[in-house]
Design a protein around this ligand. Structure first.
Ligand SMILES: C[S@@+](CC[C@H](N)C(=O)[O-])C[C@H]1O[C@@H](n2cnc3c(N)ncnc32)[C@H](O)[C@@H]1O
Length: 212
């Protein structure tokens, strides 16, 4: 891990010392669990501040003021737990639900949420089993989980009720949008990623129905 990456990311996020300490704790937990549980791609760990933390934090600006978040397929808490740790400083009502089916990742999320004091609720479950339980969600997000048509199939009831979808994507963003439009009607824009010039955040709103 590069100390300068850390300092740059924290300065850009303009977080307090308390939030910085909680993010440091998250990074320490990730490094500790990674040695035995392999939570993230090993090659990404040295770049954790840019590849995971900054990549997650940029979602906050894609949904200004939103405080009720749902993160699907959270893995090691990316982006959901990072948003729960850092988002509450500017948004005291911040509450993030995280859905992750893998038990060892779920255990990491439970322990790290507790240690960091994050306002996160962890659901160690399959998305299909729990997605119908969530109400009042302002933003649903998912990184590196599934192609856009599958994400929309899972989240359609929320997106039809006014929830915004934020889905970080790589070069495949446009082709996945085209594929999704074969089935769904929605408004979308692609916000350029601040951490990867070839990537973007697909923002979906106003999903209005499944075409016949
Ligand atoms: C490639 S990882 C991405 C993790 C994290 N979002 C990230 O960007 O690093 C996908 C995660 O989704 C979880 N997952 C896949 N299908 C799922 C499902 N149907 N329900 C819940 N979790 C699922 C996997 O266990 C895995 O941790």
């Amino acid at each position: 891990m590069s100390a300068s990456d850390r300092d740059r990311v924290l300065a850009a996020a303009a977080v307090s010392r308390e939030t910085a300490a909680a993010l440091d704790l998250y990074v320490a937990q990730l490094a500790r669990w990674q040695t035995v549980k392999n939570l993230v791609g090993p090659s990404t760990l040295p770049e954790v501040w840019t590849r995971h933390i900054a990549d997650s934090l940029q979602l906050l600006d894609a949904a200004p003021g939103a405080t009720r978040w749902l993160d699907l397929g959270s893995g090691a808490g990316i982006p959901g737990l990072i948003l729960a740790i850092a988002g509450r400083e500017a948004r005291p009502q911040m509450q993030v639900d995280l859905v992750e089916s893998n038990a060892r990742k779920g255990a990491f999320l439970q322990e790290t949420a507790r240690l960091t004091g994050a306002s996160a609720r962890i659901h160690v479950s399959r998305i299909e089993s729990v997605i119908g339980r969530f109400t009042g969600v302002e933003v649903v997000c998912a990184r590196a989980l599934a192609p856009l048509p599958q994400l929309l199939a899972w989240t359609a009831p929320l997106l039809k009720s006014g929830t915004i979808g934020l889905f970080p994507k790589g070069r495949e963003a446009q082709s996945e949008l085209t594929a999704a439009r074969e089935t769904w009607t929605f408004e979308a824009d692609v916000i350029p990623s601040r951490t990867d010039s070839s990537a973007g955040i697909v923002r979906i709103s106003s999903l209005s129905g499944q075409l016949p």
